[in-house]
Design a protein around this ligand. Structure first.
Ligand code: SF4
Ligand code: SF4
Length: 369
């Protein structure tokens, strides 16, 4: 059986067709009103963007969802969790500061911000899921305690997962710090033949696991590596890398299991919106926003996180790739843009495994509004 995924293109001529109105219409078309009862705490899970990036979801779009939730009598709050890496959102205070800098003020979004895992990322609830990798997962208290959730996800590329959408947003984004560590659990390694001893990776490591060896090349203290992938993001030569054969498949499975835990207990109370706008090569955790790899496409909404990511993946791949971006191969319509950037990734494994564990279905019916 397929799940409906509602789609609105970015084309806009006249007020009724503005993207802002389309967010509202998508909320209604996808039946999100059924998810929310009066007095429900409604978590609007969003990524506020790392300082330095600018491709995160426009707060004006978040405002439309907030207003819809208010109209239904719900109590909306915008939420995310602290990061594992040492960036601009590594504790709740810094995180809220960046959110305000990026325009997520009360005046704009009409709702408070609540960092769901507390000041230091430790406030969580164990949610029993009884799956292959985890018996229980550590979900941020503010997400676990919410009655309903609308996950607004910026669909983009990811250096290890291939792409990130609804599944990744609720998996990594709803986990406590301990939960993020459980999901990453991948150690990077130095590929000496590729390392050019530039030293760029060393200062970005949040745990001091990286240093220079006698030959000037990077070396990793594996005991202290938390698998945040920050070093991979700054290395242009694959001098630091992961074991793609052994590590990537379980990483994506752990993501899917955490996504499963984030929505467990909220059956019928969760909606998903993916924004296929500013489709950058990297997730919004990096402190920059590289040029988009395909033109802006639109916004999709569904109650099924697997179906919405499957549809988003297909919509991106149908586009002609943008030359001058990180995408240098697979530019033709129909070709896999994410593998075009990172040939070793297979983002679809998150979809396959998420379907296998009962999070949703990859079969979707795309309904344009
Ligand atoms: S691993 Fe990459 S970033 Fe680090 S020193 Fe070597 S070439 Fe530079
Ligand atoms: S070595 Fe790389 S992946 Fe490991 S903690 Fe440091 S920056 Fe993160």
């Amino acid at each position: 059986m397929s799940s409906p995924v509602y789609f609105a293109s970015v084309r806009a001529r006249g007020d009724a067709e503005s993207k802002i109105m389309k967010v509202r219409r998508l909320f209604d078309a996808a039946g999100f009103a059924d998810c929310i009862q009066p007095h429900d705490f409604v978590a609007l899970k969003i990524h506020f963007g790392e300082r330095g990036g600018d491709a995160y979801i426009n707060p004006v779009f978040a405002r439309q969802v907030v207003d819809r939730v208010h109209a239904l009598g719900g109590l909306p709050f915008l939420t995310d969790t602290r990061t594992l890496y040492k960036g601009s959102r590594a504790n709740a205070i810094d995180h809220m500061t960046v959110a305000y800098e990026h325009g997520f003020s009360f005046a704009t979004v009409n709702a408070p911000i609540h960092i769901a895992d507390g000041l230091a990322g430790r406030r969580g609830s164990n949610v029993v899921i009884d799956r292959k990798h985890f018996k229980a997962v550590s979900i941020a208290a503010g997400i676990a305690d919410a009655n309903a959730m609308i996950a607004m996800s910026h669909f983009n590329g990811h250096d290890v997962a291939g792409f990130g959408g609804a599944i990744k947003n609720i998996a990594m984004g709803c986990a406590t710090q301990a939960g993020k560590q459980q999901q990453h659990a991948v150690k990077t390694m130095v590929r000496e033949e590729n390392c050019e001893a530039c030293g760029r990776c060393i200062p970005v490591c949040p745990t001091g696991a990286l240093s220079r060896g006698a030959d000037g090349k990077a070396q990793i203290d594996k005991e202290h590596c938390i698998g945040c992938f920050d070093c991979m993001n700054v290395c242009h030569t694959h001098g630091v890398d992961i074991d793609w054969e052994a590590d990537v498949t379980p990483f994506m499975e752990r993501l899917a299991e955490y996504a499963f835990g984030a929505v467990k207990g909220k059956e019928g109370k969760v909606g998903f919106m993916n924004f296929l706008i500013n489709i950058t090569p990297d997730c919004d955790c990096v402190p920059w926003s590289d040029a988009p790899i395909v033109p802006d496409i639109g916004i999709v909404a569904s109650k099924d996180p697997v179906a919405i990511d499957a549809a988003s993946f297909d919509l991106v791949n149908r586009q002609m790739g943008l030359s001058g971006s990180l995408l240098e191969t697979n530019l033709a319509p129909g070709e896999d843009k994410f593998r075009g950037m990172r040939c070793l990734t297979d983002g679809c494994h998150q979809l396959r495994y998420a379907e296998e564990i009962g999070l949703g279905t990859q079969q979707y019916e795309l309904i344009e509004i």
